[in-house]
Write a protein that binds this ligand. Structure first.
Ligand code: AMP
Ligand code: MG
Length: 323
């Protein structure tokens, strides 16, 4: 419909002897607990509508999925699924199934029930669970305790367990925004949400350049590569954290311990869909260099750059040409 309207407008303008102009439109705003940024090549005046459509979609997904909004579906599941089945939409069921897929693929490193422990941390208030609370929470982690029936009813088999889609929601939101922009006829755009981004098409004759900064030295670029139609997702221990007794308490939780995962400081994943790049950046962060890189090498069209605690940079073999 939107495409038809634009076509009609273009025909009308050319009939009047006016050429339709196109231009880069950019915007940035706060949503989903982070910063959204877009750069879109769009016909004038279609740019504002395209940005508006992306804004609306991010807002819709935040309202649907945030565990911090009382009537979001995730809050409803967390409140009720231990005592009664909670029916969810096809869209939410698909996200739960993708989460299960990554849980199995990563041998448990990606686990949305991490939230049973993860929600006991408050990074702004610098709060963390004591040993008893952590032990209790640890026993509630495990995706096998979440069931999703063919009728899309969610049931928790452990009282008090919690889920959080924070490890894939931003990637999914970007994939949705890209689909919306494509439907509007947009062929060139860059969209980012915190550490997740997607480049749609090229930059009008030039490739988009993606630079990966060193997490402990922001002026150092460890890799700069040309990308088109590619998702790039970085998970880092510097996004949400506080320091307690010299230890960095951050937001990526090892489901085995219920505590922040420790071996690496940042993981960047390149993949064709944002939801995959997002899930894998969080997963590989938890898995560490050896297990994480092994997983990346086993997947088609997925690349990784991992930086460890000592600042050493590891690249998947396709990036160094050694495969
Ligand atoms: P990202 O923003 O992609 O770096 O992922 C970090 C977010 O994923 C955190 O803020 C949590 O919401 C969520 N998360 C943390 N640990 C895990 C885990 N082990 N499995 C799945 N999601 C996680
Ligand atoms: Mg991620």
């Amino acid at each position: 419909m939107a495409r038809l309207n634009r076509l009609l407008a273009a025909l009308l303008l050319s009939a009047l002897g006016t050429t339709v102009q196109a231009q880069w439109v950019s915007d940035s705003w706060d949503v989903m607990g982070t910063r959204a940024q877009v750069e879109i090549w769009a016909p004038d005046p279609g740019g504002a509508a395209a940005v508006g459509a992306v804004r609306d979609e991010f807002e819709r997904l935040n309202t649907l999925l945030s565990p911090w909004i009382e009537d979001s579906v995730i809050s409803r599941i967390n409140r009720l699924a231990s005592s009664e089945p909670v029916h969810v939409s096809e869209e939410v069921a698909a996200l739960l199934n993708t989460s299960r897929h990554y849980n199995i693929l990563t041998d448990g490193a990606f686990d949305i029930t991490f939230a049973s422990a993860g929600h006991l941390y408050d990074y702004r208030q610098q709060v963390m669970p004591d040993a008893d609370a952590l032990a209790q929470a640890r026993s509630q982690i495990g995706m096998q305790s979440l069931s999703l029936s063919p009728e899309n009813a969610v049931v928790f088999s452990k009282p008090g367990m919690k889920i959080d889609l924070g490890g894939i929601a931003k990637g999914y939101a970007i994939d949705r925004a890209v689909a919306i922009l494509r439907d509007l006829g947009i062929q060139h755009a860059w969209i980012s949400l915190g550490g997740d981004s997607y480049t749609l098409g090229d930059r009008r004759g030039r490739p988009w350049m993606v630079g990966i900064r060193h997490p402990r030295n922001q002026t150092e670029i460890v890799l700069s590569i040309p990308v088109n139609d590619l998702a790039v997702s970085t998970s880092g221990d510097y996004e949400r954290f506080f320091i307690k007794d010299g230890e960095r308490i951050h937001h990526i939780i090892n489901p085995v311990s219920g505590e922040p995962a420790g071996q690496v400081v940042s993981v960047t994943i390149l993949a064709s869909a944002s939801i995959d790049a997002d899930a894998l950046s969080t997963s590989v962060f938890v898995m560490g260099i050896e297990r994480g890189m092994k997983l990346v090498e086993s997947l088609d069209d997925v690349s990784a750059v991992i930086i460890d605690q000592s600042g050493k940079v590891f690249y998947s073999s396709d990036l160094t040409g050694s495969d």
